[in-house]
Unconditional design. Sequence first.
Length: 367
Amino acid sequence: MLLSLADPESPSFDHNNHSLDSFDRYASDMEAMSVSTDDQSASDAQENNNVMAQQDRCMSKLMAPLDSGAPPKKKRIRKTRAKAKSPELIQKLKTSRRQRANDRERNRMHGLNEALEVLRTTLPNSSDAKMTKIETLRYACNYISALAASVKLLEQSKDKHDFSELPNPDDYAFMFNFQYSNDSQQELSPSPLSRTGTSPGDVTFNSGPLDNSPPYAAQSQISNGYGCMDSPKDNFLEHSGYHLLSNHHQLDQHQENLKTFSQCSFFLDHQNMNQGDSKLHINSSGSLYENSFTFPSKMSLTYATPPTSPGLMKNNVHSYSGHPRSMLPPTTSTPPHSSYIVHQTEPRFGLGPVSTYSPSQLQMSFL
DNA sequence: TAGGCCATCTGGTCCT
DNA sequence: AGGACCAGATGGCCTA
Protein backbone atom coordinates (compact mmCIF):
# COMPACT_ATOMS: atom_id res chain seq x y z
CA MET A 1 0.00 0.00 0.00
CA LEU A 2 1.10 3.45 -0.79
CA LEU A 3 0.74 4.71 2.72
CA SER A 4 3.23 2.26 4.11
CA LEU A 5 5.92 3.82 2.05
CA ALA A 6 5.36 7.29 3.29
CA ASP A 7 3.54 7.06 6.55
CA PRO A 8 5.73 8.07 9.46
CA GLU A 9 3.63 5.78 11.57
CA SER A 10 4.41 2.79 9.44
CA PRO A 11 7.19 0.47 10.53
CA SER A 12 9.12 1.13 7.39
CA PHE A 13 9.38 4.79 8.08
CA ASP A 14 12.80 5.93 9.10
CA HIS A 15 12.42 8.78 11.54
CA ASN A 16 16.11 9.39 11.61
CA ASN A 17 16.39 9.80 7.94
CA HIS A 18 14.26 12.83 7.65
CA SER A 19 15.82 14.19 4.58
CA LEU A 20 14.53 16.30 1.78
CA ASP A 21 14.40 13.17 -0.30
CA SER A 22 11.97 11.60 2.07
CA PHE A 23 9.89 14.74 2.00
CA ASP A 24 9.82 14.62 -1.74
CA ARG A 25 8.57 11.10 -1.49
CA TYR A 26 5.87 12.34 0.85
CA ALA A 27 4.81 15.02 -1.52
CA SER A 28 4.63 12.71 -4.48
CA ASP A 29 2.92 10.02 -2.45
CA MET A 30 0.36 12.48 -1.23
CA GLU A 31 -0.30 13.57 -4.74
CA ALA A 32 -0.77 9.98 -5.71
CA MET A 33 -3.18 9.61 -2.84
CA SER A 34 -5.39 12.40 -4.04
CA VAL A 35 -8.72 11.24 -5.32
CA SER A 36 -10.06 11.82 -8.77
CA THR A 37 -12.53 14.65 -8.83
CA ASP A 38 -14.83 13.08 -11.37
CA ASP A 39 -18.20 11.93 -10.17
CA GLN A 40 -17.49 11.58 -6.53
CA SER A 41 -20.01 9.58 -4.64
CA ALA A 42 -20.61 10.06 -0.94
CA SER A 43 -18.41 7.12 -0.13
CA ASP A 44 -15.76 8.48 -2.36
CA ALA A 45 -16.00 11.75 -0.53
CA GLN A 46 -15.65 9.95 2.78
CA GLU A 47 -12.69 8.05 1.51
CA ASN A 48 -11.29 11.25 0.20
CA ASN A 49 -11.63 12.79 3.61
CA ASN A 50 -9.80 9.90 5.10
CA VAL A 51 -7.05 10.29 2.59
CA MET A 52 -6.89 13.97 3.31
CA ALA A 53 -6.71 13.31 7.00
CA GLN A 54 -3.95 10.86 6.33
CA GLN A 55 -2.17 13.43 4.26
CA ASP A 56 -2.52 15.96 7.02
CA ARG A 57 -1.09 13.52 9.52
CA CYS A 58 1.80 12.84 7.20
CA MET A 59 2.41 16.51 6.77
CA SER A 60 2.24 17.33 10.46
CA LYS A 61 4.52 14.45 11.30
CA LEU A 62 6.92 15.66 8.75
CA MET A 63 6.80 19.18 10.00
CA ALA A 64 6.89 18.24 13.67
CA PRO A 65 10.18 18.30 15.55
CA LEU A 66 12.12 15.11 15.23
CA ASP A 67 11.99 14.41 18.94
CA SER A 68 8.22 14.65 19.14
CA GLY A 69 7.95 11.10 20.39
CA ALA A 70 10.79 11.40 22.93
CA PRO A 71 10.21 11.56 26.69
CA PRO A 72 9.76 15.04 28.11
CA LYS A 73 13.26 16.25 28.46
CA LYS A 74 14.36 19.75 28.94
CA LYS A 75 15.01 20.89 25.49
CA ARG A 76 17.77 23.04 24.42
CA ILE A 77 16.41 25.87 22.42
CA ARG A 78 18.34 26.05 19.28
CA LYS A 79 17.92 28.80 16.87
CA THR A 80 17.82 27.28 13.47
CA ARG A 81 17.26 28.85 10.18
CA ALA A 82 14.58 27.28 8.10
CA LYS A 83 16.01 25.14 5.42
CA ALA A 84 15.76 26.66 2.01
CA LYS A 85 13.25 24.81 -0.02
CA SER A 86 13.89 23.87 -3.56
CA PRO A 87 11.55 25.24 -6.22
CA GLU A 88 10.37 21.72 -6.90
CA LEU A 89 9.51 21.23 -3.26
CA ILE A 90 7.70 24.52 -3.08
CA GLN A 91 5.75 23.60 -6.16
CA LYS A 92 4.81 20.25 -4.71
CA LEU A 93 3.73 21.86 -1.47
CA LYS A 94 1.60 24.31 -3.36
CA THR A 95 0.07 21.58 -5.44
CA SER A 96 -0.70 19.52 -2.40
CA ARG A 97 -2.28 22.44 -0.58
CA ARG A 98 -4.27 23.40 -3.61
CA GLN A 99 -5.50 19.87 -4.03
CA ARG A 100 -6.68 19.70 -0.45
CA ALA A 101 -8.32 23.11 -0.73
CA ASN A 102 -10.14 21.96 -3.84
CA ASP A 103 -11.36 18.88 -2.03
CA ARG A 104 -12.61 20.95 0.86
CA GLU A 105 -14.32 23.38 -1.44
CA ARG A 106 -15.96 20.56 -3.33
CA ASN A 107 -17.24 19.04 -0.12
CA ARG A 108 -18.44 22.41 1.07
CA MET A 109 -20.44 22.92 -2.10
CA HIS A 110 -21.85 19.43 -1.82
CA GLY A 111 -23.03 20.27 1.68
CA LEU A 112 -24.60 23.44 0.39
CA ASN A 113 -26.38 21.54 -2.34
CA GLU A 114 -27.63 18.96 0.12
CA ALA A 115 -29.10 21.69 2.29
CA LEU A 116 -30.70 23.20 -0.75
CA GLU A 117 -32.19 19.86 -1.64
CA VAL A 118 -33.68 19.57 1.84
CA LEU A 119 -35.19 23.01 1.41
CA ARG A 120 -36.50 21.99 -2.00
CA THR A 121 -38.28 18.98 -0.60
CA THR A 122 -39.69 21.04 2.27
CA LEU A 123 -41.44 23.43 -0.05
CA PRO A 124 -44.74 22.46 -1.56
CA ASN A 125 -44.22 21.70 -5.15
CA SER A 126 -46.57 19.77 -7.32
CA SER A 127 -44.38 19.91 -10.33
CA ASP A 128 -41.99 17.29 -11.47
CA ALA A 129 -39.67 19.94 -12.71
CA LYS A 130 -36.85 20.55 -10.34
CA MET A 131 -36.55 24.11 -9.21
CA THR A 132 -33.26 25.75 -9.81
CA LYS A 133 -31.24 26.97 -6.88
CA ILE A 134 -32.28 30.57 -7.21
CA GLU A 135 -35.90 29.61 -7.71
CA THR A 136 -35.79 27.50 -4.59
CA LEU A 137 -34.44 30.33 -2.50
CA ARG A 138 -36.90 32.88 -3.80
CA TYR A 139 -39.72 30.48 -3.51
CA ALA A 140 -38.78 29.79 0.09
CA CYS A 141 -38.83 33.51 0.84
CA ASN A 142 -42.27 33.83 -0.67
CA TYR A 143 -43.52 30.80 1.11
CA ILE A 144 -42.33 32.07 4.45
CA SER A 145 -44.00 35.40 3.75
CA ALA A 146 -47.24 33.69 2.93
CA LEU A 147 -47.08 31.60 6.07
CA ALA A 148 -46.34 34.70 8.13
CA ALA A 149 -49.36 36.39 6.58
CA SER A 150 -51.43 33.38 7.47
CA VAL A 151 -50.32 33.49 11.07
CA LYS A 152 -51.04 37.17 11.28
CA LEU A 153 -54.50 36.69 9.88
CA LEU A 154 -55.22 33.89 12.26
CA GLU A 155 -54.17 36.02 15.20
CA GLN A 156 -56.38 38.88 14.05
CA SER A 157 -59.30 36.54 13.72
CA LYS A 158 -58.63 35.18 17.16
CA ASP A 159 -58.60 38.67 18.62
CA LYS A 160 -61.94 39.42 17.08
CA HIS A 161 -63.31 36.04 17.97
CA ASP A 162 -64.57 35.91 14.47
CA PHE A 163 -63.35 33.30 12.12
CA SER A 164 -66.08 33.77 9.60
CA GLU A 165 -63.92 35.90 7.42
CA LEU A 166 -61.02 33.64 7.41
CA PRO A 167 -60.60 32.87 3.78
CA ASN A 168 -59.18 29.86 2.22
CA PRO A 169 -55.43 30.08 2.17
CA ASP A 170 -55.60 29.87 -1.55
CA ASP A 171 -57.53 33.08 -1.56
CA TYR A 172 -55.42 35.25 0.59
CA ALA A 173 -51.88 34.30 0.12
CA PHE A 174 -49.92 37.37 -0.43
CA MET A 175 -46.85 36.65 -2.29
CA PHE A 176 -44.22 38.83 -3.70
CA ASN A 177 -42.39 37.10 -6.31
CA PHE A 178 -39.47 38.67 -8.00
CA GLN A 179 -37.90 37.15 -10.94
CA TYR A 180 -34.90 38.80 -12.29
CA SER A 181 -32.56 38.42 -15.06
CA ASN A 182 -28.90 38.20 -14.39
CA ASP A 183 -28.90 41.15 -12.14
CA SER A 184 -25.98 41.53 -9.86
CA GLN A 185 -27.78 44.15 -7.85
CA GLN A 186 -30.78 42.06 -7.20
CA GLU A 187 -31.97 41.24 -3.76
CA LEU A 188 -34.40 38.69 -2.62
CA SER A 189 -37.62 40.24 -1.60
CA PRO A 190 -37.77 40.43 2.13
CA SER A 191 -40.76 39.27 4.02
CA PRO A 192 -43.46 41.88 3.74
CA LEU A 193 -44.49 41.35 7.30
CA SER A 194 -41.24 41.22 9.03
CA ARG A 195 -39.57 44.43 8.10
CA THR A 196 -40.41 48.06 8.10
CA GLY A 197 -38.65 51.16 7.00
CA THR A 198 -37.76 52.89 3.84
CA SER A 199 -34.12 52.27 3.45
CA PRO A 200 -33.05 49.98 0.69
CA GLY A 201 -33.93 46.44 1.48
CA ASP A 202 -36.70 47.40 3.87
CA VAL A 203 -40.35 47.05 3.30
CA THR A 204 -42.99 49.40 4.48
CA PHE A 205 -46.64 48.97 4.17
CA ASN A 206 -48.24 52.34 4.48
CA SER A 207 -51.76 51.15 4.60
CA GLY A 208 -54.02 48.60 3.18
CA PRO A 209 -54.61 44.95 3.41
CA LEU A 210 -51.35 43.93 4.84
CA ASP A 211 -51.87 46.05 7.88
CA ASN A 212 -55.52 46.16 8.59
CA SER A 213 -57.45 43.96 6.35
CA PRO A 214 -57.57 40.36 5.56
CA PRO A 215 -54.95 39.09 3.31
CA TYR A 216 -55.58 39.57 -0.27
CA ALA A 217 -54.06 37.92 -3.16
CA ALA A 218 -52.25 40.46 -5.15
CA GLN A 219 -49.47 39.02 -7.07
CA SER A 220 -46.73 41.30 -8.04
CA GLN A 221 -44.16 40.05 -10.28
CA ILE A 222 -41.22 41.80 -11.66
CA SER A 223 -40.58 39.71 -14.58
CA ASN A 224 -37.96 39.46 -17.16
CA GLY A 225 -40.44 39.48 -19.92
CA TYR A 226 -41.86 36.08 -19.46
CA GLY A 227 -45.42 35.53 -20.46
CA CYS A 228 -48.07 35.83 -17.84
CA MET A 229 -49.62 32.56 -16.92
CA ASP A 230 -48.26 30.12 -19.32
CA SER A 231 -44.63 30.64 -18.70
CA PRO A 232 -42.73 27.84 -17.06
CA LYS A 233 -41.16 30.47 -14.88
CA ASP A 234 -44.57 31.34 -13.54
CA ASN A 235 -45.80 27.84 -13.07
CA PHE A 236 -43.79 27.19 -10.00
CA LEU A 237 -45.62 29.97 -8.27
CA GLU A 238 -48.77 28.02 -8.43
CA HIS A 239 -47.21 24.96 -6.99
CA SER A 240 -47.38 26.57 -3.61
CA GLY A 241 -51.11 26.42 -3.76
CA TYR A 242 -51.52 30.13 -4.14
CA HIS A 243 -53.26 31.66 -7.04
CA LEU A 244 -51.75 33.92 -9.50
CA LEU A 245 -55.19 35.27 -10.03
CA SER A 246 -57.01 35.51 -6.78
CA ASN A 247 -60.24 36.67 -5.36
CA HIS A 248 -60.61 39.82 -3.37
CA HIS A 249 -64.27 39.59 -2.74
CA GLN A 250 -64.04 40.34 0.94
CA LEU A 251 -61.73 43.25 0.75
CA ASP A 252 -64.32 45.97 1.11
CA GLN A 253 -65.63 44.51 4.31
CA HIS A 254 -62.45 45.34 6.10
CA GLN A 255 -61.46 48.69 4.89
CA GLU A 256 -64.03 51.23 4.07
CA ASN A 257 -62.32 52.79 1.18
CA LEU A 258 -61.37 49.54 -0.33
CA LYS A 259 -63.48 48.18 -3.05
CA THR A 260 -63.47 44.78 -4.45
CA PHE A 261 -61.50 42.98 -6.95
CA SER A 262 -62.84 39.87 -8.34
CA GLN A 263 -59.66 38.99 -10.02
CA CYS A 264 -56.46 40.76 -10.47
CA SER A 265 -52.88 40.25 -11.16
CA PHE A 266 -50.06 42.64 -11.53
CA PHE A 267 -47.38 42.00 -13.92
CA LEU A 268 -44.36 44.16 -14.17
CA ASP A 269 -42.30 43.96 -17.20
CA HIS A 270 -39.26 46.05 -17.56
CA GLN A 271 -37.79 44.39 -20.54
CA ASN A 272 -37.45 46.38 -23.68
CA MET A 273 -38.33 49.51 -21.84
CA ASN A 274 -36.38 52.64 -21.45
CA GLN A 275 -34.31 52.91 -18.39
CA GLY A 276 -36.29 54.36 -15.54
CA ASP A 277 -39.52 52.96 -16.82
CA SER A 278 -41.30 49.80 -16.17
CA LYS A 279 -44.37 48.37 -17.66
CA LEU A 280 -47.25 47.28 -15.54
CA HIS A 281 -49.75 44.82 -16.78
CA ILE A 282 -52.92 44.88 -14.86
CA ASN A 283 -55.53 42.28 -15.21
CA SER A 284 -58.55 43.18 -13.24
CA SER A 285 -62.25 43.03 -13.46
CA GLY A 286 -62.68 44.91 -10.22
CA SER A 287 -63.67 48.43 -9.58
CA LEU A 288 -61.76 50.86 -7.48
CA TYR A 289 -59.01 49.39 -5.48
CA GLU A 290 -57.29 51.67 -3.07
CA ASN A 291 -54.23 50.67 -1.28
CA SER A 292 -50.73 51.77 -0.84
CA PHE A 293 -47.73 49.89 0.18
CA THR A 294 -44.09 50.18 -0.26
CA PHE A 295 -42.41 47.51 -2.10
CA PRO A 296 -38.84 46.93 -1.38
CA SER A 297 -38.04 49.42 -4.00
CA LYS A 298 -39.12 52.87 -4.81
CA MET A 299 -41.06 52.49 -7.89
CA SER A 300 -44.22 54.39 -7.75
CA LEU A 301 -47.15 53.49 -9.76
CA THR A 302 -50.71 54.49 -9.49
CA TYR A 303 -53.59 52.48 -10.54
CA ALA A 304 -57.29 53.13 -10.57
CA THR A 305 -59.82 51.07 -12.39
CA PRO A 306 -58.60 50.01 -15.77
CA PRO A 307 -58.54 53.39 -17.41
CA THR A 308 -59.94 54.16 -20.75
CA SER A 309 -57.35 56.75 -21.33
CA PRO A 310 -53.92 57.56 -20.02
CA GLY A 311 -55.35 60.56 -18.27
CA LEU A 312 -56.77 58.40 -15.58
CA MET A 313 -53.41 57.36 -14.51
CA LYS A 314 -51.96 59.61 -11.91
CA ASN A 315 -48.62 60.67 -10.72
CA ASN A 316 -45.75 58.91 -12.26
CA VAL A 317 -47.45 57.37 -15.17
CA HIS A 318 -45.87 58.51 -18.34
CA SER A 319 -47.77 56.81 -21.01
CA TYR A 320 -50.19 54.16 -21.83
CA SER A 321 -48.98 51.43 -23.99
CA GLY A 322 -52.03 49.64 -25.12
CA HIS A 323 -53.08 46.09 -24.72
CA PRO A 324 -50.34 43.60 -25.15
CA ARG A 325 -52.53 40.74 -26.05
CA SER A 326 -49.60 38.50 -26.41
CA MET A 327 -49.03 38.75 -22.70
CA LEU A 328 -52.50 37.80 -21.68
CA PRO A 329 -53.06 34.76 -19.59
CA PRO A 330 -55.13 32.15 -21.30
CA THR A 331 -58.43 32.92 -19.71
CA THR A 332 -61.68 34.25 -20.99
CA SER A 333 -63.10 35.30 -17.66
CA THR A 334 -60.87 38.28 -17.25
CA PRO A 335 -61.21 41.62 -18.91
CA PRO A 336 -58.67 42.82 -21.38
CA HIS A 337 -55.35 43.49 -19.90
CA SER A 338 -53.90 46.88 -19.94
CA SER A 339 -50.38 47.89 -19.65
CA TYR A 340 -49.07 51.15 -18.41
CA ILE A 341 -45.71 52.66 -18.34
CA VAL A 342 -44.82 53.99 -14.98
CA HIS A 343 -41.93 55.95 -13.80
CA GLN A 344 -39.39 54.78 -11.37
CA THR A 345 -38.98 57.45 -8.76
CA GLU A 346 -35.63 56.44 -7.47
CA PRO A 347 -32.52 55.86 -9.45
CA ARG A 348 -31.53 52.40 -10.26
CA PHE A 349 -28.62 50.86 -8.58
CA GLY A 350 -25.97 51.41 -11.09
CA LEU A 351 -26.25 51.44 -14.80
CA GLY A 352 -26.66 48.71 -17.24
CA PRO A 353 -29.56 46.81 -18.68
CA VAL A 354 -33.02 47.95 -17.89
CA SER A 355 -33.56 44.92 -15.78
CA THR A 356 -30.91 45.87 -13.31
CA TYR A 357 -32.56 47.73 -10.55
CA SER A 358 -32.96 46.71 -7.05
CA PRO A 359 -36.35 45.61 -5.84
CA SER A 360 -35.51 47.24 -2.57
CA GLN A 361 -36.12 50.53 -4.30
CA LEU A 362 -39.55 49.83 -5.57
CA GLN A 363 -42.63 51.51 -4.29
CA MET A 364 -46.02 50.68 -5.60
CA SER A 365 -49.18 52.54 -4.83
CA PHE A 366 -52.60 51.55 -5.90
CA LEU A 367 -55.18 54.28 -5.62
C1' DT B 1 -26.48 27.58 -31.72
C1' DA B 2 -27.15 30.67 -27.90
C1' DG B 3 -28.28 30.89 -23.30
C1' DG B 4 -29.19 28.96 -18.72
C1' DC B 5 -27.69 26.08 -15.10
C1' DC B 6 -24.33 23.66 -12.82
C1' DA B 7 -19.87 21.72 -10.94
C1' DT B 8 -15.32 22.59 -10.37
C1' DC B 9 -11.06 25.09 -10.01
C1' DT B 10 -8.71 28.99 -8.40
C1' DG B 11 -6.89 32.93 -5.92
C1' DG B 12 -8.04 36.31 -2.52
C1' DT B 13 -9.67 37.59 2.08
C1' DC B 14 -10.96 36.87 6.70
C1' DC B 15 -10.88 34.39 10.89
C1' DT B 16 -9.20 31.23 14.47
C1' DA C 1 -0.62 28.51 9.12
C1' DG C 2 -4.56 26.59 7.69
C1' DG C 3 -9.49 26.43 7.07
C1' DA C 4 -13.83 28.71 5.70
C1' DC C 5 -15.88 31.57 2.65
C1' DC C 6 -16.39 34.06 -1.53
C1' DA C 7 -16.50 35.40 -6.33
C1' DG C 8 -14.69 35.00 -10.98
C1' DA C 9 -13.42 31.87 -14.72
C1' DT C 10 -14.19 27.86 -17.30
C1' DG C 11 -16.16 23.99 -19.47
C1' DG C 12 -19.94 20.52 -19.84
C1' DC C 13 -24.70 19.49 -20.40
C1' DC C 14 -29.28 20.53 -21.72
C1' DT C 15 -33.00 22.91 -24.05
C1' DA C 16 -35.55 26.11 -26.92
